[in-house]
Design a protein. Structure first.
Length: 192
């Protein structure tokens, strides 16, 4: 895995993927992903996002990096340079009961599902969180019926913690968690 940092923006290359900072011309690709009802099915109220809302989200992703020194990475396939979605770290402000916390999340274009890409990108983002940013614990939150995401969390070694409800949307969710020590001992990852 190769990693570069330039003015706070980090680029990580995994075997098949590049995790990088956001550019204005990512809006088209991102808007198409957010307009797919199958992709959005388990996100909050399950509504698709229009282009204006996606643009706001893109701006927020850029600001989060400046504010926290971590954030959601644009994920592209190295071989084609095609943007397939995002993965990375965020503060789950929609679920006040878990705060303070950092969550890991992912959202990919439907055409990219089922090839291990979310797991590959998330493994790189977890390592970034524990190793580069020194986080002590990373959680992940999914709709209780989101079995694909559950599977990704399991493959990352994140243990189920508890079920709860996102108050703003009455959304039933499960919370998974992984501590730095668990991460270090699980696969012999060096984090110091
Ligand atoms: C969740 C998501 C990122 C997964 O991406 P992906 O690249 O397909 O994930 P991976 O290939 O790394 O792993 C998916 C796993 O789920 C499994 N899976 C697929 N469909 C499944 C289903 N219906 N039930 C249970 N497991 C399923 C796959 O077999 C795979 O596990 P395996 O490697 O043990 O075979 C993608 O489906 C997505 O973007 N969904 C919409 C957005 C979303 O829900 N984001 C998460 C919010 S919490």
């Amino acid at each position: 895995m190769a990693e570069e940092e330039d003015e706070g923006m980090v680029t990580i290359e995994t075997e098949r993927l590049r995790l990088r900072g956001w550019r204005d011309d990512d809006l088209d690709g991102l808007a198409a992903i957010n307009a797919d009802p199958e992709v959005m099915r388990y996100i909050l109220d399950g509504a698709v996002r229009d282009r204006a809302r996606t643009e706001e989200g893109l701006r927020r992703m850029i600001d989060t990096w400046a504010e926290h020194g971590f954030g959601l990475f644009a994920v592209e396939v190295r071989e084609t340079d095609r943007l397939i979605g995002w993965a990375g770290l965020a503060v789950p402000v929609f679920l006040p009961e878990v705060l303070p916390a950092v969550e890991i999340g992912w959202r990919l274009d439907r055409g990219a599902w089922g090839q291990g890409y979310a797991t590959e990108a998330a493994q790189a983002a977890l390592r970034f969180g524990f190793h580069d940013r020194g986080l002590d614990r990373i959680i992940s939150i999914r709709h209780v019926d989101n079995d694909r995401s559950r599977r990704v969390m399991e493959k990352l070694g994140m243990a189920y913690a508890f079920d709860t409800v996102v108050p703003s949307h009455d959304q039933p969710v499960a919370v998974h968690a992984l501590t730095r020590d668990q991460y270090r001992s699980a696969a012999g990852h060096a984090v110091d």
